[in-house]
Design a binder for this molecule. Structure first.
Ligand SMILES: [Zn+2]
Length: 243
């Protein structure tokens, strides 16, 4: 067995290393560890099992890894899909809330796609996933996030593209990534993208209600992050992707 972990997540290795006897790659950690494990799994032709120590994105369920080249949009390359993603409520309740909250961004981002693809069969299903959105406080609420992220990835696979989930807000997020010296998470940049589209009046009001409801529950509001990056830069980015 090959175990891949990060410094902060290595404390959880002993909980899992004895559980599997097979010749597998065991990844314990956040999104980056998930990507590494999938990549190593591809190259060593081994099965991958993941234990997320946070739910900051949907990478735990996808078979792709994002290759990031500075100054460019990430390129998604096929790796392997994990055969199991373990839900560990104990680990996930002690992880910092911002890493869980950020995970909802990859579901809520479906809202902008919805406005664009109204009536499409997959957007109706995406809508049902968006309705499950709740602030991840209790283990039960964290499990809702876990299950919803898994379902979202399945839905994108079924639809044959991530277009039901990723819209303009993701384009904005990838642009913001270039200027992200504040270490904001992918999901937080996506939240900023949604906030900016909403501010510009580019989202339907029914969509805005759902987003505002969730944003109101956040410790730090996306409007605060917009201030960090500066209004001018944000507006220039929105204008650029909207064209
Ligand atoms: Zn995303």
């Amino acid at each position: 067995m090959i175990i891949i972990s990060s410094k902060s997540s290595s404390q959880f290795i002993s909980r899992y290393e004895g559980n599997y006897h097979k010749d597998i790659i065991l990844g314990i950690g956040g999104g980056q560890v998930a990507e590494e494990a999938k990549w190593v799994g591809k190259h060593l032709r081994k099965e991958v099992i993941l234990v997320p120590t946070n739910l900051s994105c949907d990478a735990f369920w996808t078979k792709t890894v994002a290759v990031r080249i500075p100054g460019k949009q990430p390129v998604y390359v096929d790796a392997v899909r994990p055969i199991t993603v373990e839900f560990d409520g104990e680990i996930l309740t002690i992880c910092h809330k911002r890493y869980l909250v950020a995970g909802w961004a990859d579901i809520l981002s479906g809202i902008t796609a919805m406005d664009r693809m109204a009536g499409n069969q997959y957007t109706i299903q995406m809508c049902k996933l968006i309705d499950k959105c709740c602030y991840p406080g209790t283990v039960e609420e964290i499990k809702v996030l876990f299950d919803t992220l898994e379902e979202e990835v399945k839905l994108c696979d079924l639809a044959g593209s991530s277009a039901v989930e990723e819209g303009l807000e993701h384009k904005i997020a990838y642009e913001l990534e270039k200027y992200n010296k504040f270490d904001l998470l992918h999901g937080e940049l996506v939240f900023m993208g949604i906030q900016l589209l909403m501010q510009k009046g580019f989202l339907m009001s029914s969509s805005c209600d759902k987003i505002k409801y969730f944003f109101n529950k956040l410790e730090i509001k996306p409007t605060e992050w917009v201030k960090l990056f500066g209004k001018d830069l944000c507006e220039a980015i929105v204008d650029e992707v909207w064209r």
